[in-house]
Design a protein around this ligand. Structure first.
Ligand code: NAG
Ligand code: NAG
Ligand code: NAG
Ligand code: NAG
Ligand code: NAG
Length: 505
């Protein structure tokens, strides 16, 4: 997901909806636009067809080409929870393929930042574009922020900066609440407070029945826990009530180095050391980024510190590394830092693919072996037009286990890697995906041999083929299935809404 390049109330159901009577059977037809027309008639000004700028805006705002290439028959842009509830009731009542458990009916999107085709868009169905549901509220005691399900964190942070507060959100622009928070949520303060999802007090959710419910530690507790990692499998989340945390400012940015064997070695040592439990500074976040763009390798680090401290000692091993070619380390507010990251990243990318994996922090020699294997693996794909590859090494959030992810709690020394590629042409899809798979297979073999591979795949960075929810462990998967049976007895969100689904038995 993160892609760096070169330096580079329970809503009362509106009566119209209860009136959302199912079409009489004789009115049913298989013409794809009919359900859109029906929805359009019920939600004037909120359903957009290919001939509108609202439709085009929605399509163009996806991060990757594979998502932009899918053409929904219409885009529904709800403004409030009652719209979402009414929509779900209407489409479920008029589902023309109720027995067809493999045909997606509607997709749900917030930021639309997930790479793979069909994560949050759908060909020939309806796309529910949640971006208009971006309300923001702060409780009187300032301990809870309520953010709409389609809120982009770039719009949330500035509302909290004047209070010296933040919420745990995305580190890159374009990433919005719905996907980020239901997949986990790697954030600037993840070594102190864990995943963003660990910090959610309650959810307002529209279930498959269209009913609006709240899930918290004291109400629908099973659903509350399931939503912490369970992606879009249980309903459409219209509001998140999340913990605020104090934040006076950030220091950090990007530093680039000459790509040499020596630089790789000293990075391997610096990262392995920084990850060691005795060296933990919970306010610090580091990522090493090895890249290959236009035939050249590069290496850069992102260093982030969640306090207004210039060059904090915890980064000493990184800031003293030789061969610095460029750096942009500065004091900034969290809002400014995320905007800065956006300024060095493309707003959209072409064809793309990524794989994620995780392991216990190894010694420097093992990191170096991973780096060298990565570099060698690039040879298989280097001729691909427009190829850009990034190998990103960063810490896993230190969770206390208040989620469904199944990660060992309180472990500061789990590393997460995401290998991402972008390229120009469909003809190269197999070459690139096979090339990346081969690198990851070799990496996992190295880690398995040392019994360091933990198997968990972080959903927000996973390709759909990695089936991330299946890596949460058998007990969590069984619990998630039970929650689905209880809150969505027909399995509507399993079958009719695309995304990262619960593993099939
Ligand atoms: C756009 O398409 C829809 C559905 O076909 C139609 O109802 C609407 O009138 C069209 N609007 C314009 C401006 O052509
Ligand atoms: C069910 O949906 C799949 C995927 O869209 C399609 O291939 C298949 O023909 C559909 N089956 C029926 C009976 O409509
Ligand atoms: C935020 O922190 C700054 C620096 O400590 C302080 O001057 C300011 O009064 C604080 N603002 C609020 C609203 O607490
Ligand atoms: C886990 O962390 C969250 C977020 O910091 C906190 O609200 C919760 O009370 C913690 N739970 C336990 C069991 O420590
Ligand atoms: C790659 O090189 C081409 C041709 O020199 C140039 O147009 C393009 O901007 C470069 N791309 C990147 C990401 O540097």
């Amino acid at each position: 997901m993160a892609f760096y390049f070169s330096l580079l109330g329970i809503a009362r159901l509106i009566s119209a909806v209860t009136a959302a009577a199912a079409l009489a059977p004789e009115q049913r037809s298989n013409k794809p636009l009919d359900l859109c027309r029906l929805v359009g008639a019920h939600f004037p000004g909120k359903v957009w067809f290919t001939n509108s700028s609202e439709y085009v805006d929605s399509q163009e705002s996806y991060y990757t080409l594979q998502e932009r290439e899918l053409n929904p028959s219409c885009v529904f842009r709800p403004a409030r929870t009652a719209d979402v509830s009414a929509f779900v009731k209407l489409v479920a009542a008029n589902d023309r393929y109720p027995k067809n458990l493999s045909k997606p009916l509607f997709a749900v999107r917030s930021g639309g930042h997930t790479l793979w085709s069909g994560a949050a868009n759908v060909d020939g169905g309806i796309t529910v574009d949640m971006r208009g549901m971006n309300s923001f509220g702060l409780s009187a005691d300032k301990k809870t922020a309520s953010i709409g399900g389609g809120s982009n964190f770039i719009d949330v942070y500035p509302q909290l900066v004047p209070h010296n507060l933040t919420v745990l959100g995305a580190r890159m622009p374009g990433v919005a609440a719905g996907g980020f928070l239901t997949g986990g949520g790697k954030n600037f303060l993840a070594r102190k407070y864990g995943f963003a999802c660990d910090n959610i007090f309650s959810y307002e959710v529209v279930l498959a029945s269209g009913e609006v419910v709240y899930a918290s530690a004291s109400q629908n507790q099973d659903l509350w826990l399931a939503l912490k990692g369970g992606s879009n499998n249980f309903g459409i989340i219209t509001r998140f009530d999340v913990a605020t945390h104090p934040l006076l400012g950030m220091w950090g940015g990007i530093v680039g180095f000459e790509y040499t064997p020596d630089t790789l070695s000293v990075h391997a040592q610096a990262f392995s050391d920084w990850m060691r439990p005795e060296n933990v500074d919970e306010l610090s976040d580091v990522a090493i980024i090895l890249g290959f763009v236009n035939g050249s390798f590069f290496i850069e680090d992102s260093l982030f510190y969640s306090a207004p401290v210039v060059s904090p000692p915890v980064f000493a091993e990184f800031t003293k590394l030789p061969g610095v070619t460029a750096q942009s380390l500065e004091l900034r507010s969290v809002a400014e830092l995320v905007i800065f990251m956006g300024s060095i990243l493309p707003a959209t990318i072409p064809r793309s693919f990524e794989l994620v994996y995780a392991f216990y922090n190894p010694d420097a020699a093992t990191y170096l072996a991973l780096f060298q294997t990565w570099q060698a693996g690039i040879q298989q794909v280097q001729g691909v037009q427009g190829l850009q590859i990034q190998y990103l090494v960063q810490p896993m959030p230190v969770t206390n286990g208040t989620n469904s992810l199944g990660l060992p709690p309180h472990q500061p020394d789990i590393t997460m890697v995401v290998l991402t590629a972008a390229w120009d042409n469909t003809v190269d899809d197999d070459t690139v995906t096979n090339g990346l798979q081969a690198i990851v297979t070799r990496h996992e073999a190295i880690l398995d041999a040392k019994k360091l591979n933990i198997g968990y795949k972080y959903l927000n960075y996973a390709d759909v083929t990695q089936n991330p929810i299946s890596t949460y462990g058998a007990a969590n998967v069984a619990r998630l299935r039970a929650v689905s049976r209880k809150y969505d007895p027909t399995g509507f969100f399993q079958a009719r809404v695309p995304g990262y689904k619960l593993p099939k038995k």
